[in-house]
Design a protein around this ligand. Structure first.
Ligand code: AMP
Ligand code: GLY
Length: 419
């Protein structure tokens, strides 16, 4: 088989790395890829939203399976364009991708199928939204309806902040069309967790759990990032009862609801949860693998990923057994100094060859430069990922190897997977 991976981050490197281990695969292409991905796939210079060029490429090369990493092309309908040309895609179509493309759509679905979530109201009229910012007291949560590159959720501590958020989203159009609608939501407290699931249109199967660290600084302080590290399995899910509640109160009604809505969802559904007193509530859906959750998760997956993806597309996920190593995984992200605000790019990376055997360094934003070798090209640069007999061992091995890699301004959290 020939596979095309769409994307250029750490998630796509992890996907390419895992797909390369499949016996079913002869060639892997990645559009546009990065310097790490180039070690396992042929990178081609086509952007993730250039659907016609991607589909032309897939047809010309005889691609059997296209795997889409990021949300934007899914929300914009890459899968539909490919399907119209008879090309197979692992990733939901435009209708199903509304689960990430519209907060209001997701909240309406959750409400209709009585899936636990925060109370909410949606507004398309800015004056009405401003009058109602306090309906759930403070703090409250203001969300731009559409995609906003992970920045469209604002936790407002008081009325002034809430009104400012509404004005930025709806009046100033800070996130463009994504702000034509806002969702005002009850603020939930508790512990956050996410569950990534394979979905084949009729069956939903959770993967092993992982924990993400979203804030830039140790102790979960500072601004949100795309994710500064992960470990798997998540200690929170040692609780059997929690697993059962997630299965019965969240996952089962999701797949039933999808069927009733005529949504044929194929791909990964990322279910973001808030858990308090053992009770899980849905915060959000994403329609793709989490980054960097997938780096830790795929390190532990023993089953052929391409076989799973084929089964999802063909509607026979029920027949596939997912095998996981009992070992734990830990991924520590090395970021450019200054991220998630301003940072410099083009810093030469040293020490990539010095890591121990068994360590996988997933590249999130790197480029091959003529003189310097591999250089940084974005905020999150590398994900140093290790397996160990326990979470503590995986953590120790990951950090031991992080210290072998250097670039000017490199920053990483010191408390990933720390109890
Ligand atoms: P979302 O994109 O909806 O997951 O929101 C991003 C982040 O905002 C989540 O990971 C939470 O940390 C936070 N968040 C979203 N909704 C709520 C809520 N109702 N209560 C508390 N925090 C929330
Ligand atoms: N790490 C969070 C996400 O992928 O959305």
């Amino acid at each position: 088989m020939k596979v095309l991976i769409v994307g250029s981050g750490g998630r796509e490197h992890a996907l390419a790395w895992k797909i390369a281990q499949s016996d079913l695969i002869n060639n892997i292409y990645c559009a546009p890829g990065n310097a790490g991905i180039a070690k396992v796939a042929e990178c081609i210079d086509i952007g993730v939203n250039d659907f016609e060029a991607l589909a032309d490429f897939a047809q010309k090369k005889g691609i059997d399976l296209t795997v889409v990493g990021p949300e934007e092309p899914l929300v914009k309908g890459l899968t539909d364009v490919f399907a119209a040309r008879g090309l197979k895609v692992f990733g939901p179509d435009k209708m199903c991708a509304q689960f990430e493309g519209s907060k209001a759509f997701t909240k309406a679905f959750l409400g209709k199928y009585e899936i636990p979530t925060a109370k909410y109201q949606e507004f398309t009229d800015v004056a009405q939204a401003e009058r109602n910012v306090g309906i759930y007291g403070y703090p409250t949560v203001i969300k731009a309806d559409g995609l906003a590159a992970g920045k469209g959720v604002i936790i407002a501590e008081d009325e002034q902040e809430a009104k400012k958020a509404v004005a930025e989203i709806m009046r100033d159009k800070k996130f463009g069309k994504s702000g034509e609608k806002v969702v005002i939501e009850e603020f939930l407290t508790g512990t956050e967790a996410s569950i990534l699931c394979f979905v084949d249109g009729g069956t939903i199967v959770p993967m092993e759990s992982a924990r993400d660290y979203k804030n830039i600084y140790d102790g979960n302080k500072g601004p949100n990032t795309g994710g500064m590290g992960t470990y798997s399995p998540n200690r929170l899910f040692e609780d059997k009862q929690l697993n059962e509640r997630v299965e019965n109160e969240i996952l089962k009604p999701i797949i039933e609801g999808m069927k009733r809505e005529g949504m044929h969802y194929v791909g990964v559904l990322f279910v973001g949860l808030m858990i308090e007193g053992g009770e899980p509530k849905v915060l959000e859906f994403n329609v793709r693998f989490g980054d960097p959750e997938v780096q830790s998760i795929l390190m532990r997956l023993k089953t052929d990923l391409v076989e799973i993806m084929n089964a999802c597309i063909e509607g026979r996920l029920e027949d596939i057994r997912l095998d996981w190593t009992p070992q734990s995984a830990c991924c520590v992200v090395l970021a450019s100094g200054g991220y998630p605000a301003e940072y410099e790019k083009g810093k030469a990376i040293a020490g990539l060859e010095d890591v121990e055997e068994g360590i996988v360094v997933f590249h999130a934003a790197t480029k091959a430069a003529e003189e310097e070798g591999i250089v940084t090209s974005g905020g999150r640069v590398l994900g140093v990922t290790a397996l160990g007999e326990s979470i503590d061992e995986a953590r120790a091995i990951a950090y031991r190897n992080v210290e072998k890699i250097h670039f000017e301004g490199a920053y990483y959290r010191k408390d990933i997977a720390l109890l």
